[in-house]
Write a protein that binds this ligand. Structure first.
Ligand SMILES: Nc1nc2c(c(=O)[nH]1)N[C@H]1C(S)=C(S)[C@@H](COP(=O)(O)OP(=O)(O)OC[C@H]3O[C@@H](n4cnc5c(=O)[nH]c(N)nc54)[C@H](O)[C@@H]3O)O[C@H]1N2
Ligand SMILES: Nc1nc2c(c(=O)[nH]1)N[C@H]1C(S)=C(S)[C@@H](COP(=O)(O)OP(=O)(O)OC[C@H]3O[C@@H](n4cnc5c(=O)[nH]c(N)nc54)[C@H](O)[C@@H]3O)O[C@H]1N2
Ligand code: SF4
Ligand SMILES: [Mo]
Length: 736
């Protein structure tokens, strides 16, 4: 089989040829123009013709040529030796040996002993995404893990509960809103998550310019909070704040009864849900005066077009499903769902909801995990359970794992435990361009192409695009070394064990008869019969061929359609069922939980994302790692002073579960009592610059205890950790 590639009619410029695609690093999926000479990437700049990003580019996208040409990049399959070192081997040797090992393992323990993990970069790698899910389906394994369980499982659960499909996730119509309420998100740095809004900083500034407001609720005066109205709040105060706001809206008759009648059923249950939410408790849990909570609720309800938006800060606490439920209920109850300038439904080029429904991949709690009994979400198990699934004997014990673009020994909760558990696997295969702290434990590291080197379709970003658009661009440069598209590698591994990676019985059968689809053909077929498709020439619409000819993308609409709620809700009658027994249970659990201060762990730790980093990677790029890039612990002067800390001093951070070191940065950007540390650092393996930078690994402080996660969704708790901070030298002296 050959790798997929396409012709790319680029414009010549004096020093090379310009080719268009989109940046495959984060959800913004900015359109880019890549200047190529021969096979060299000379320059990457923003594409002014892109319907969403309109020429924007951040430092990460601009520097990506250095990742492609990184001297530390893995360019041949690597096989681990007895002494832990790696030797390059041929593809045939690697694949044949993987085949032998997998066949033996499956013979002894069945296909359910083999697992698959999808890390974050699969979101810009549609072929890998489909083939990995297809592989898990063909294996009939419950060991399907994704980065979603340390990120966004709460969204997927609430999507299923409220709208009847995990992937239905309304997002702010930022171009038209008059009031954007941001709960635990920092789009000025992260460029938007579950909200693909090009030039997001400018679009937020425009809200204020047209007389509206942007209010940011965050324990840290983040880069976003610093530019707009900042309301500090204690970590994990989110569900309390929202419950207090909803209570105010209902008690004061501010709810939009007509919207509730038109869009929902079960609204009468809401007062009962909030019966134990008292002003005093809300104020204590959030650190925000009750009068201010009430004012926020009134202002939000009074706005002609408001949207409440929460992301990682509201997704990685102990009650994240309840939090996301309350976010949506407030949007709905104030009449802002499915309204211009409110929270809108996406209008994708590719109907991912129909696609997943066709193969029954969407769903919630259709089964529970073997060891911890956690409900499945979209057919996946949570990363928190992974080490226990590896270690707990019995039928279905996880013995072999294929990880594609995941660095879970850093990014998953209890990262130290994850690393140690991976060592216990009979077979670990990693698809990654680098030798990381995760895959240094692998038996094989297989080199993938990167986004510039493969064709691209923004499969994930298109679901939440502020300006609906379609784009599909061919590869801009050829693969380096012996790198292969991830999907090709997955397909080759599946062939070794006689599987066709697909959830479709028909496709599996065809594959066994020798007709193997490529992801491009499968997606093109589906897209052409979909909402934006050309129905094979029967109407004006998109196809791969057409999009390849317009590599900046095609705008499908000025803004996502509104007034579509009934059609977009998959529940019977198109009504949103607001009465959710599980949310009553969660509320009771939250109310019963006493948040007593623990003097031995007086501070609360939250995660921090940086402009020149992407989760746990891009840390080997010189241009993105100038200056002192060690992760610094941000601490308020009033917390630093009694500890006798001075700026830059090394401290020990201790949680219930671990201990790491970091230099401090004393800053008033923190709310007193709260400290913040960049996540994704503390590298090992063969990315030399990243390893040399060093730094503490945030998730060595987090827990994967089944009681410490968000119970309904299995989402990890990574923010709001109770910690203590002490001077490194004093701690060391005590230890000796
Ligand atoms: N530059 C850059 N961009 C990225 C990434 C990156 O690593 N770097 N990662 C990408 C990924 S995978 C994702 S998911 C998105 C995430 O996108 P965002 O959610 O916008 O990113 P975070 O920086 O995690 O924002 C979380 C905010 O919540 C605050 N916070 C922490 N705890 C709490 C809390 O308990 N309550 C409230 N209200 N706030 C809290 C933090 O201080 C922070 O400002 O970003 C994406 N974009
Ligand atoms: N403490 C704390 N931890 C967090 C978070 C937090 O806010 N705080 N955020 C969480 C979130 S939101 C997320 S999404 C996860 C992200 O965590 P992961 O899913 O682990 O993702 P990344 O760190 O972005 O990248 C993982 C790997 O993908 C590789 N890679 C890049 N491109 C490709 C490619 O095209 N193909 C292949 N095969 N590999 C590729 C990179 O080299 C890297 O090693 O981290 C989570 N962890
Ligand atoms: S914002 Fe995201 S998509 Fe845009 S250039 Fe930066 S990393 Fe790439
Ligand atoms: Mo994420």
């Amino acid at each position: 089989m050959t790798q997929q590639s396409g012709t790319h009619g680029g414009k010549s410029s004096s020093s090379g040829v310009d080719r268009k695609t989109f940046c495959g690093i984060c959800e913004a999926s900015c359109g880019v123009v890549v200047t190529v000479a021969g096979d060299d990437v000379l320059k990457i700049r923003g594409d002014v013709d892109h319907p969403n990003s309109k020429g924007f580019l951040c430092p990460k996208g601009a520097a990506f040529g250095a990742v492609r040409d990184d001297p530390d990049r893995v360019l041949r399959p690597l096989q681990r030796q007895a002494d832990g070192s790696f030797l390059p081997v041929s593809w045939d040797t690697a694949l044949d040996d993987i085949g032998v090992r997998l066949r033996s393992l499956i013979k002894r323990h069945g296909t359910e002993s083999v697992g698959v993990h999808l890390g974050n970069p699969n979101g810009w790698n549609y072929g890998a995404f489909m083939w990995l899910l297809g592989m898990a389906a063909a294996l009939k394994t419950k060991h399907l893990y994704t980065a979603s369980s340390v990120d966004i499982n709460n969204y997927w659960v609430v999507g299923e509960l409220l709208y009847g499909h995990n992937l239905v996730t309304p997002f702010p119509d930022i171009a038209h809103t008059k009031f954007l309420l941001v709960l635990g998100a920092n789009p000025v740095v992260t460029h938007g998550s579950m909200m693909t809004a090009g030039r997001v900083k400018e679009q937020m500034a425009a809200i204020v310019e047209r007389g509206g407001r942007v209010v940011v609720i965050d324990p840290r005066r983040s880069e976003t909070a610093a530019q707009f109205e900042w309301q500090p709040m204690r970590p994990d105060g989110d569900p309390w704040l929202l419950a207090g706001m909803l209570k105010t809206i209902l008690d004061e008759g501010l709810a939009d009864q007509e919207a509730l009648r038109q869009q929902t059923r079960g609204a009468a249950s809401l007062p009962n849900l909030l019966k134990d939410v008292t002003p005093a408790r809300v104020a204590a849990e959030t650190g925000i005066a009750w009068a201010d909570v009430q004012k926020l609720a009134r202002d939000f309800a009074a706005s002609p077009a408001a949207s409440l938006y929460g992301r990682c800060g509201a997704s990685l606490g102990p009650f994240s499903t309840l939090t996301k439920y309350l976010i949506d209920v407030i949007n709905i109850a104030t009449g802002n769902l499915d309204k211009r300038g409110g929270a809108v439904f996406g209008q994708p080029m590719l109907d991912t909801e129909a696609f997943t429904k066709l193969f029954k991949s969407n769903g919630y709690d259709r089964w529970r995990t073997r060891v911890d009994g956690i409900p499945e979400v979209l057919g996946t198990s949570p990363l928190a359970s992974l080490p226990r699934e590896i270690r707990t004997p019995g039928k279905g014990q996880l013995r072999a794992l294929l990880i594609a673009s995941g660095n879970i020994a850093t990014t998953s909760c209890a990262s130290g435990d994850v690393g140690a558990a991976l060592d216990e696997l009979e077979l670990l295969i990693s698809l990654d361009p680098y030798l990381t702290e995760t895959n240094k434990r692998a038996h094989y590291i297989l080199p993938p192409t990167l986004w510039l080197e493969r064709d691209g379709l923004p499969i994930f970003s298109q679901m939440h695009a502020g300006v609906p658009y379609a784009q599909w661009a061919p590869a801009t440069v050829s693969a380096r070394g012996e790198a292969r598209d991830d999907w090709w590698i997955i397909d080759a591994i599946c062939k070794q064990i006689g599987l066709v990676p697909s959830p479709s019985k028909l496709v599996q059968l065809l594959g066994k008869l020798g007709v193997r689809l490529t992801p491009a053909v499968a997606v093109d077929l589906f897209m052409r019969i979909g909402p934006a498709g050309d129905w094979f020439g029967l109407r004006k619409g998109v196809s791969r061929k057409k999009l390849y000819g317009q590599t900046s993308g095609v705008q499908l609409n000025d803004a996502p359609a509104v007034g579509v709620c009934r059609r977009r809700v998959h529940h019977k009658g198109g009504l949103i069922p607001l009465d959710q027994p599980m949310m009553h249970t969660e509320m009771a659990r939250m109310v019963a939980r006493t948040a007593e201060d623990d003097p031995t762990f007086p501070l609360r730790l939250i995660s921090l994302r940086e402009l020149r980093s992407q989760n746990s990677w891009l840390h080997n790029v010189p241009k993105l790692t100038t200056g002192d890039r060690r992760p610094h612990l941000r601490i308020h002067p009033t917390d630093a002073k009694p500890l006798g800390l001075i700026d830059g001093q090394e401290v020990v951070i201790t949680s219930h579960w671990g201990e790491i070191q970091a230099p401090v940065a004393i800053s008033e950007e923190m709310m007193p009592g709260t400290v913040a540390l960049p996540q994704g650092w503390g590298h090992g393996g063969g990315w030399r610059r990243a390893v040399a930078i060093g730094g503490g690994r945030y998730n060595d402080l987090t827990s994967n205890d089944a009681a410490e996660i968000d119970i309904p969704s299995g989402n990890a708790v990574l923010n709001g950790l109770r910690v203590r901070v002490s001077q490194a030298c004093i701690e060391m002296a005590q230890a000796s």
